[in-house]
Design a protein around this ligand. Structure first.
Ligand SMILES: [Zn+2]
Length: 555
């Protein structure tokens, strides 16, 4: 080693994911790269007078976490909205929302996030009249945790101009009451977009999800600075959880520009990929914009190499697309894409050499997504495409072997499952047929087929806190039959969150390992994770985060 290290980390339990050197105690960082990995004595000997020495005190040191499915802009702005996680009942909701209304007198819509589908009472739909009781005199709206539904009071529906309904795109629905007015439930972005336009960030935070196009008109300097500040705070929050990389799952050029500006200021604390988002109603000529984004964002800290699409909604609102009707209904959910259009999109994107990530939750949505990827492979020939399916909540057994066979990545979120300690344990089982449950959130079953399984949070659907998701995978709740145990090994889980997520972005030769020459993206935890009881893993925190050789977080 020629350079004196900038930083050495000593006395750690290193999880290197380097087969040549799986465990070690210490490492040295120089010039943004990992310069050496070895024993504490060896590495200490490399330090010079200007070297920063960090004592890991026996804790786990591993490659920086990569969260491979986040919504950075939305997650960032939500850090500052009223969070209704765990809140139930009209009284508690009213108390919190009225306090929030006083805190935010200038907001045109008082807004809250993380509302439960059963916030009023188990099995009872929330209506605008309920929310009128919560806040009668100002517009109020709240987001479901999964971001597929917004509930709004009468004032908010009036402000948005949809109290008497309105046109929506495929898969979206302004739920109407028998009296011909909007009931207050807005399903999918196409339905709730008119409400979001009046929130604090004008819906710009959701634009990459709702349209995939830039805000129109483009924000002026004040809004732009506000957006940038929000994202900078979100990135600091991610860094505080040991995260050094993000795969954004919505996108537009505007988001890329904001991140570019943050990078120039040194505030891009996590490497971030911004995809191009192709909506089902878009002509395929829009893919030219994806190529343009790929040309424009091509750095090590900010890049585009992927197209995101949606195949369906979510199970909770019965918009996930199923092979057969939901129990007690004749409704199979909402197809977002027509299969031919999706197949053609896959062929085109794959031919451009770009990666595809498709949201597919229901068994029919997953099947159609795999069909599209198979079609691309048949037309363009097999290549190392690493196309991804996002979520995979209910899988048809016949489709299980297709992930490994097609080389498709299973991108899953341990914290979303009923066994994951984060969402209610019961509820989902009432929207599924009992025989669907064994293949619900079946990450171990998928892993055992040899398919690549990578982990993420889908922040802000759940918090971006890595260790909550690690506990969900390694120390899940025991669920009664027909649920099948899907407990993950700690090392598999951590690999899914580091090396495998680096692999998914075609970066496994530069990221995801603690090995000489790799980018210096490192998380030092405050516990030896391997020594912790699985159920307590969520209490571990990042003590130090290093990205690009730079300390981005220190407890
Ligand atoms: Zn998502």
């Amino acid at each position: 080693m020629s350079e004196t290290p900038d930083l050495v980390i000593l006395n750690g339990r290193l999880l290197t994911f380097d087969a040549a050197n799986p465990t070690a105690e210490a490492l040295a960082v120089a010039g943004g790269r990992i310069a050496a990995v070895g024993s504490t004595a060896e590495i200490r000997g490399l330090a010079g007078p200007g070297t920063r020495v960090f004592d890991a005190q026996g804790s786990t040191v591993l490659p920086g976490f990569i969260d491979s499915h986040v919504h950075l802009f939305g997650g960032s702005v939500e850090l500052d909205y009223l969070n209704l996680y765990g809140v139930t009942g009209l009284d508690r909701l009213t108390e919190l929302v009225r306090a929030e209304a006083l805190r935010c007198p200038d907001d045109r819509v008082v807004f809250a996030v993380q509302a439960d589908y059963d916030i009023m009472a188990e099995g009872r739909a929330t209506t605008r009249h309920d929310l009128d009781r919560v806040l009668p005199d100002r517009p109020f709206a709240m987001f479901a945790a999964d971001h597929h539904t917004v509930w709004a009071n009468t004032r908010a529906l009036e402000l948005a101009g949809i109290l008497h309904g309105g046109d929506t795109e495929a898969g979206a629905e302004i739920v109407m009451a028998p009296d011909g007015t909007a009931a207050g439930e807005l399903r999918e972005p196409g339905a709730y977009k008119p409400v979001l336009r009046h929130t604090r960030y004008g819906g710009r935070d959701m634009e990459g999800l709702v349209t995939g196009a830039n805000p129109d008109p483009m924000p002026g300097p004040i809004d732009r600075a506000r957006d940038r500040d929000a994202i900078a705070a979100g990135l600091r929050h991610c860094a505080s959880h040991g995260i050094t990389g993000l795969h954004n799952m919505d996108g537009n050029v505007y988001t890329g520009e904001l991140l570019e500006e943050l990078d120039a200021e040194g505030a891009l604390l996590c490497r971030t990929e911004v995809p191009f988002h192709l909506k089902s109603g878009d002509p395929l000529d829009r893919l030219e914009e994806a190529a343009e984004m790929r040309r424009r964002f091509a750095g090590d800290r900010l890049w585009t190499n992927r197209v995101k699409m949606f195949m369906d909604g979510v199970i909770e609102s019965r918009t996930a697309l199923m092979l057969r009707p939901y129990p007690g209904t004749d409704h199979i959910g909402d197809p977002v894409f027509a299969p031919d259009h999706f197949d053609e999109a896959c062929v085109r994107i794959d031919a451009m050499g770009m990666q595809i990530a498709t949201h597919a939750i229901g068994d029919l949505a997953i099947r159609r997504t795999l069909d599209g990827y198979a079609r691309a492979r048949a037309v363009n020939g097999p290549r190392d495409s690493r196309h991804r399916v996002e979520h995979i909540e209910v899988l048809a057994p016949d489709d299980l072997p297709r992930f490994a066979a097609l080389g498709v990545v299973a991108s899953m979120q341990p914290g979303h499952a009923p066994r994951g300690h984060i969402f209610p344990e019961h509820g989902l089982d009432q929207v599924l047929h009992p025989d669907q449950i064994p293949m619900a959130f079946a990450w171990q079953t998928i892993r055992e087929t040899g398919a690549r399984v990578c982990f993420s949070t889908d922040w802000p659907v759940i918090q971006v806190d890595v260790m909550d998701s690690v506990r969900a995978a390694v120390g899940p709740l025991e669920m009664p039959a027909p649920w099948v145990d899907q407990t993950q090994r700690l090392e598999d889980t951590l690999r899914s969150y580091t090396l495998d997520n680096a692999w998914v972005e075609f970066a496994e030769t530069r990221k995801g390992r603690l090995a000489p020459g790799y980018l210096a993206d490192i998380a030092v935890m405050d516990h030896d994770l391997a020594a912790m009881a699985p159920a307590r893993l969520n209490t571990a925190r990042a003590a130090l985060t290093v990205m690009d050789g730079r300390v981005t977080w220190e407890a």
